[in-house]
Design a protein around this ligand. Structure first.
Ligand SMILES: [Fe+2]
Ligand SMILES: [Fe+2]
Length: 382
């Protein structure tokens, strides 16, 4: 076991002991105070070599940063506690304070409410559920109290948790949790209706990392905004959101070393990478309740407007409008992010390049629509 993982296990062990003691004797018991201090010391050491830690419950397993753990006795107990508290994910960020660790222990020990961390304005620990209930006739709402209207202030954090949990869960199980995907998309739609400028600002930032907003999340928001500007609404809007969020799902089959390689790929690696549209479409076709549109978009999203790109298609091929939108958002995000040696381009530079690629890679009128949609953000934040 690596020393990093040893620290994580040690942290969980202290957290578990503190929680068990707090449940029995209360938060102010000397044993709880001692164990909480130990948990804090361990977590501080752990964050010397990492920026964040994600603990996720997938069925009865504990997944640490995407890696399912062999459950020892204490990990099994910890997982059971999380499940009993309806917690699917805990995300800790570096900079976590002793007070935040104390509150987490209180929440896990049933001594504080589920919202205690949010109420205390915690910035470095976020907890959330993964499997949200989907109800309603035709519409998608999350269940129970969690379905209440959420303010913009707390929304990004909630959906980021949902998003990262979903991502880790799919990476681990290779299965798509389609209900959760729909839930996330309906949250994005709600957010865009509340304050599209704020959400678009988040989706167009070029200093984004995994911590802030992942590529698929950005493409999803950008596609939804494009579709909403075209007055698309109802089930089709949700299907577009789901298709956008899942467009790169085939990358689950591409080895991590290839995905994260910073030097040019070999021809075999390129061939492997270029399989992801087909693999993704197959996976989505095999997923009950996934919209057919999602498989189509996964298949077509690396096709250019002039039908070059991949996979190869016959000249009479008719691309779906959502595939064109995805191509545009994908293209935009690629330019905004640093690539190898190249620094991220500025907003005006990106727009200029996109204008020049109309009719080649990009659908002309949809690109105009896109540039109009994001111009709101360029005026305020870029
Ligand atoms: Fe892709
Ligand atoms: Fe993509």
């Amino acid at each position: 076991m690596s020393s990093d993982l040893l620290h994580i296990h040690e942290f969980i062990r202290h957290l578990l002991s503190a929680t068990a003691n707090a449940a029995l004797y209360g938060m102010l018991h000397p044993q709880v105070i001692r164990l909480s201090a130990l948990a804090y010391t361990t977590v501080t050491t752990m964050f010397e070599s990492r920026k964040e830690l994600t603990l996720l419950v997938v069925e009865n397993n504990l997944v640490i940063d995407g890696h399912p753990q062999t459950l020892s006795l204490f990990l099994e107990r910890f997982t059971r506690i999380l499940k009993s508290r309806d917690i699917g994910i805990i995300k800790l960020l570096s900079g976590v304070t002793k007070n935040e660790i104390d509150i987490l222990i209180g929440v896990l020990a049933h001594k504080l409410s589920d919202t205690a961390l949010t109420d205390a304005g915690s910035e470095s620990i976020h907890i959330g559920t993964i499997d949200l209930v989907v109800t309603g006739q035709g519409g998608l709402e999350s269940g129970g109290e969690k379905g209440n209207r959420v303010s913009l202030h707390e929304m990004p954090q909630q959906e980021l948790l949902l998003f990262s949990g979903l991502h880790v869960s799919m990476t681990t199980t290779r299965k798509i949790k389609i209900k959760t995907v729909f839930e996330l998309v309906s949250r994005f739609v709600r957010l865009l209706r509340e304050d599209s400028t704020a959400v678009l600002a988040m989706a167009t930032q070029n200093d984004a990392t995994e911590v802030t907003f992942t590529h698929s999340g950005k493409v999803c928001v950008l596609n939804l905004a494009q579709a909403m500007a075209l007055d698309i609404d109802g089930p089709l809007l949700l299907d577009i959101g789901v298709a956008s969020l899942m467009h790169d799902i085939g990358k689950l089959s591409v080895p991590e070393e290839i995905l994260t390689k910073t030097v040019p790929l070999t021809s075999e690696e390129v061939a492997h990478m270029q399989q992801h549209p087909v693999t993704g479409a197959r996976l989505l076709l095999d997923t009950p309740d996934a919209p057919r549109l999602a498989a189509v978009v996964a298949y077509e999203h690396h096709l250019n407007y002039n039908l070059s790109g991949y996979p190869a298609v016959p000249p009479e091929w008719q691309q779906n409008i959502c595939s064109h939108m995805t191509k545009i958002s994908d293209f935009f995000d690629a330019l905004c992010m640093p690539q190898g040696e190249r620094k991220p381009l500025s907003f005006p530079e990106v727009c200029k390049i996109m204008q020049s690629r109309k009719g080649i890679e990009l659908h002309p009128s949809l690109t105009d629509n896109f540039l109009k949609v994001i111009s709101v953000v360029s005026k305020t934040t870029h």
